[in-house]
Design a protein around this ligand. Sequence first.
Ligand code: PMV
Length: 324
Amino acid sequence: MIVASAPAKIILFGEHFVVYGEPAIVLAIDKRARASAELRTDKRIYINSVDLGLSGSFMEEQFQPELGGEEARTKLEPIKIATQKVLHFSKKQVGVSIEVESSIPVAAGLGSSAAVAAAVVVAVSRLLDAKLSKEEVFRFAYEAECFVHGTPSGIDPTISTYGGVLLFQRDRGFKSLNVEGDIPLVVGDTGMERSTGEQVAIVRERRKHFPSIIDHVIKTGREVALKAAKALETGDLNALGELMNINHALLCAVGASNEPLERLVYAARKTGALGAKLTGAGGGGCMVALCLPEKLEKVAEAIKRAGGTTFIARKSSEGAKIES
Ligand code: PMV
């Protein structure tokens, strides 16, 4: 049996604007999805998602649910796509059993589906002895992600594949940022699941109604991300926090925030966070606060009191990999 894992992510700057070609900053964190893969004696792709309590097997386009009925089919489909891509690449006609476990909250802006897809691609490719480049791992995970989100920018499968801290730009690739110091972050989860596709559609609609205004907001997002890249490389946490607050205001302007997120963002700021913003698609899901290390616990407490669940996130340089 082969086990692989891939990291969750936090978008620090530029979510949504990245869909329109502007740069975003994303970091991999120390929460991972794990996938194990085993050969089968038949030609089926069997998938068990332990955390979602869903399982079943695919034979070509036929699906046989085991746990979770028809819902299982939709939720497990991206994992099947990722597996099929590797099977096709390897030219082997075998069946595979996959088990997925993840400590990443689902539909919360932390890139859980991309982390699962990247872990599955790496586990299955090792199982089938298919030598994939990182670029191929990214591409197969991206294709699985397209089933979940329609036309994603590719930021999530990129960070899950490569890890680290990246300045990412759609259709242009990414640059690794050289961040030496710690970036002390508290993540607050509103507990509201939402669809990235729907959130992206909300922003698209607003841009349709007010193109000249929203295009300015998007361009300002670019300036914020580029200044933030410099602040990260020089370790200027105060500037970084202020830029996060500005970025959050821009995300409000395009329609990505909501009341539960605002409550958590303001609770964090009031307790002394250097900056706080929603992260990912918004409309629920998670926010993130940057704090001096000695304030992390206090800010986490305040976010909890405002209705969120929290964890302290650490940056991780490790992308998708085989577990030893
Ligand atoms: O799926 P999430 O919540 O991690 O958000 C992805 C970031 C967006 O910019 C909103 C969409 C995208 O494809 O980049």
